[in-house]
Design a protein around this ligand. Structure first.
Ligand SMILES: [Ca+2]
Ligand SMILES: [Ca+2]
Length: 101
């Protein structure tokens, strides 16, 4: 299994629409490969090492809440999916998206 990396706004929009189409009844977290495990505050995609763009994050995110959030996921909040950092071990309503784009 490979977690997704997102290289452009167009890819982001495509993936978000895909996630929305799959989870109409129950909104879930969808993990991506983005993380700041290597250097706190510097988020990179695991597969290619490119920086995660921050213009598609929820307001105030990423916030490294409780100094323990290193993994990027799609978070459905205020009726929209945007990115957020979350504890990598969180299992709350989580799923994976390993579709090749
Ligand atoms: Ca972090
Ligand atoms: Ca967060």
């Amino acid at each position: 299994m490979e977690l997704i990396s997102i290289d452009s706004d167009a890819d982001f929009d495509y993936i978000r629409e895909f996630i929305n189409s799959l989870t109409t009844a129950k909104k879930v977290h969808v993990w991506t490969s983005g993380n700041d495990v290597g250097t706190e505050g510097v988020f990179k995609w695991m597969s290619n090492g490119r920086r995660v763009f921050s213009n598609r994050c929820h307001k105030g995110q990423p916030d490294n809440a409780s100094s323990n959030e290193d993994c990027i996921h799609f978070w459905h909040l205020s009726n929209v999916y945007l990115l957020n950092d979350l504890n990598c071990n969180s299992k709350s309503r989580a799923t994976n998206c390993n579709t090749q784009i």
